[in-house]
Design a protein around this ligand. Structure first.
Ligand code: IMP
Ligand code: MG
Length: 177
């Protein structure tokens, strides 16, 4: 694996602070209810773990995996379900937890599919958003940060499956300088 220079875009402290704020918002909005989090693997895993620790209303979790980028940094626009959620969602208050909304292909497809399964409510919580890259419109109900059109890694986000374990969000140049 080649090594790349990674520039910190969002520090661990800022991320954690924002995630705690989001958990508070979720607590408030879903007060008196039970929330079912569906994490989109693998990128959403770190974010959902951190977020769920600070939600105080009853929480259940599940996971899905969809194909998005392959190993390149360009979206194919093709979305494939690799792993579906385990538990039924009909009648439940579902919150999809995703790492980043880029072109919007993945989430627009996924949310439409989940909506057909008749959850009581369906919302989206995304750690990051790249508004400049949007092709398909996606409503983000809870958002960590808007970021510029840069390829980012860390906190679950990868470049060619690497760097997911960085505790911060950094921007990486895919090509060698
Ligand atoms: P979209 O379908 O174009 O919105 O892309 C969604 C998926 O592409 C995300 O869930 C990520 O897995 C991946 N992705 C988009 N932008 C980045 C990035 O900057 N770094 C790493 N992965 C990304
Ligand atoms: Mg993802």
């Amino acid at each position: 694996m080649k090594q790349y220079t990674i520039k910190t875009l969002i520090s661990e402290e800022k991320l954690k602070e924002r995630i705690r704020e989001l958990a508070k918002e979720i607590d408030r909005d879903y007060a008196g209810k039970e929330i079912h989090l569906i994490c989109v693997l693998k990128g959403g895993a770190y974010f959902m773990t951190e977020l769920s620790k600070y939600i105080t209303i009853p929480v259940t979790i599940d996971f899905m995996a969809v194909s998005s980028y392959g190993s390149k940094t360009v979206s194919s626009g093709i979305v494939k379900i690799i792993k579906d959620h385990d538990e039924p969602i009909e009648g439940r208050d579902v919150l999809v937890v995703e790492d980043i909304v880029d072109t919007g292909f993945t989430l627009s497809y996924l949310l439409e599919m989940l909506r057909d399964r008749k959850p009581a409510s369906l919302k989206l919580c995304a750690m990051l958003n790249k508004p400049d890259r949007r092709i398909r419109e996606v409503k983000i109900d809870y958002l960590g940060f808007d970021i510029p059109d840069e390829f980012v890694v860390g906190y679950g986000l990868d470049y060619d499956q690497h760097y997911r374990n960085l505790p911060y969000i950094g921007s990486i140049k895919p090509e060698e300088d």
